[in-house]
Write a protein that binds this ligand. Structure first.
Ligand SMILES: Cc1cc2nc3c(=O)[nH]c(=O)nc-3n(C[C@H](O)[C@H](O)[C@H](O)COP(=O)(O)OP(=O)(O)OC[C@H]3O[C@@H](n4cnc5c(N)ncnc54)[C@H](O)[C@@H]3O)c2cc1C
Length: 426
């Protein structure tokens, strides 16, 4: 399978920000304590943590800081893991399910603390609604909210019947839902750039336009790039779905899927006809729709997927089809911006965390990396330095290879994904 390419269409996120600080490509050989591949939330979370502890860290990024999923995502910060706790209880047992819950809560706290400590202005806004697109899903969603309250002590959820949901999402497409006051939404690229600046201030070195081409693990690690090699004691692989050919497990366990986002022109008060409380929301579909207001009064709508390694040719068309179903009155609303990004997905939707000799890897957050990835970056950074019981628990999570392994999985997965996407429409 070809290396997936990130879409280079400018996003609304990039368009609204000043030109970023650029980091020179690696030119020549150098040594470091730890070398990190990838400058998204995982790699930056790791680099920041290590640099703050006085480690000599070098980050290699094949494009630019936040050019992967971390700078192009929906900006929705979820509670918990990508899979629900009742699934985890059955799959990994009650004790590890509880640890995974606490870890996800720690991930939210970590992000809040990181944003506050480094003064990262990223438009944090609390509250996130889950909207059920099937009437029969509503009782289950409400029962799950009670399960989280009774078994995990999570008291941030409010169950919404059809009428109550309308005060957050005005759409006939939904039958009820749940408001999570402990979740949030934010500007993902401001977060990525803020994390990079904090890591550099702490002493990390970032090389952009520097692709890791080959790694070897003999007496430490060395990473070859087009114009130089970095030698280090430890390696952190944080390339998620955009990384190919450096690690067999990552190649066979992470499936790249393109997700598309469109952003309307500023809608003024009319935005409240659709999101009366200006809260972010996502829905219960397998190909999930996610939408939220921007601070300048636009609707940012994510929906539609493409199972291809190429950037989506016309992302606006895919999003429009999804948006029309949720908000028919916006069927012809023009998008000022539309783009795609590559999400790393695993078979179980649980993250892939592994140690391979002197290298550690975390990836495959399956659409829920905003809170998890910065924290997993920090966890694998700690594990690269020393033994950590939570890391060992994470390496036991079931994230098997996709059928067909690294080479044959693509056609099989496209067939399976297309089947589940079809079920949304039935
Ligand atoms: C459209 C979209 C919407 C999403 N919406 C949400 C959401 O609302 N909420 C949520 O929680 N999650 C969401 N996600 C998922 C979330 O963005 C990711 O889980 C998270 O950003 C992953 O971070 P990462 O650092 O692991 O990977 P990335 O951000 O993809 O970073 C990996 C970096 O590694 C670099 N790289 C790869 N290979 C190499 C190499 N060989 N050499 C050098 N550099 C390399 C890439 O260029 C890239 O910059 C969304 C993702 C997308 C694409």
């Amino acid at each position: 399978m070809k290396s997936p390419r990130s879409d280079s269409t400018p996003t609304w996120y990039e368009a609204g920000l000043p030109a970023p600080q650029r980091h020179a490509p690696l030119g020549g050989d150098r040594a470091a304590d730890i070398v990190v591949v990838g400058a998204g939330y995982t790699g930056l979370g790791a680099a920041l943590h290590l640099a703050e502890r006085g480690r000599d860290v070098v980050v290699l990024e094949k494009a630019a800081v936040g050019s992967g999923a971390s700078g192009r995502n929906g900006g929705q910060l979820h509670t918990g893991q990508r899979r629900e706790q009742d699934y985890l209880e059955k799959t990994v047992g009650a004790d590890d399910a509880m640890r995974l819950w606490r870890l996800a809560e720690d991930a939210k706290a970590n992000l809040k603390e990181l944003i506050a400590r480094h003064n990262i202005d990223c438009d944090w806004r609390e509250g996130l609604v889950e909207a059920e697109h099937r009437k029969r899903f509503v009782p289950g969603a409400h029962a799950y909210a009670r399960h989280l309250r009774d078994h995990y002590g999570y008291d941030q959820l409010e169950t919404l019947d059809r009428d109550a949901l309308q005060t957050y999402v005005r759409s006939d497409d939904y039958h009820g839902g749940v408001l999570d006051r402990g979740a949030a939404h934010l500007h993902p690229l401001k977060l990525a750039r803020g994390m990079a600046e904090a890591a550099v201030r702490a002493g990390a070195v970032i090389h952009e336009d520097t692709e890791a081409l080959e790694i070897s693990q003999q007496g430490g690690v060395s990473v070859r790039t087009p114009h130089g090699t970095v030698r280090a004691q430890r390696l952190i692989l944080a390339g998620d779905a955009l990384m190919r050919g450096l690690d067999d497990q990552a190649d066979s366990c992470i499936l790249p899927i393109a997700s598309t986002i469109g952003v309307t022109a500023p809608m003024g008060e009319r935005l409240k006809d659709f999101l009366p409380a200006l809260t972010a929301a996502f829905d219960s579909r397998f190909v999930v729709n996610y939408f939220r207001p921007t601070p300048d009064g636009r609707l940012l709508f994510g929906g539609g997927e493409s199972y291809s390694t190429e950037p989506v040719a016309n992302p606006g068309r895919l999003v429009r089809a999804a948006m029309k179903k949720v908000f028919p009155a916006l069927a012809d609303e023009p998008f000022d911006y539309a783009w795609s990004g590559v999400v790393g997905v695993t078979t179980t939707r649980l993250p892939l965390v592994r140690r391979m000799g002197n290298a550690v890897l975390a990836a495959g957050y399956s659409g829920q990396g905003l809170a998890l990835a910065p924290y997993f970056g920090r966890l694998i950074a700690e594990a690269a330095d020393q033994a950590d019981a939570r890391f060992d628990m994470l390496t036991r999570l079931p994230t098997p290879a996709f059928p067909g392994g690294a080479h044959l999985r693509w056609p099989l997965m496209v067939a399976a994904m297309s089947y589940f996407a079809l079920r949304d429409r039935l």
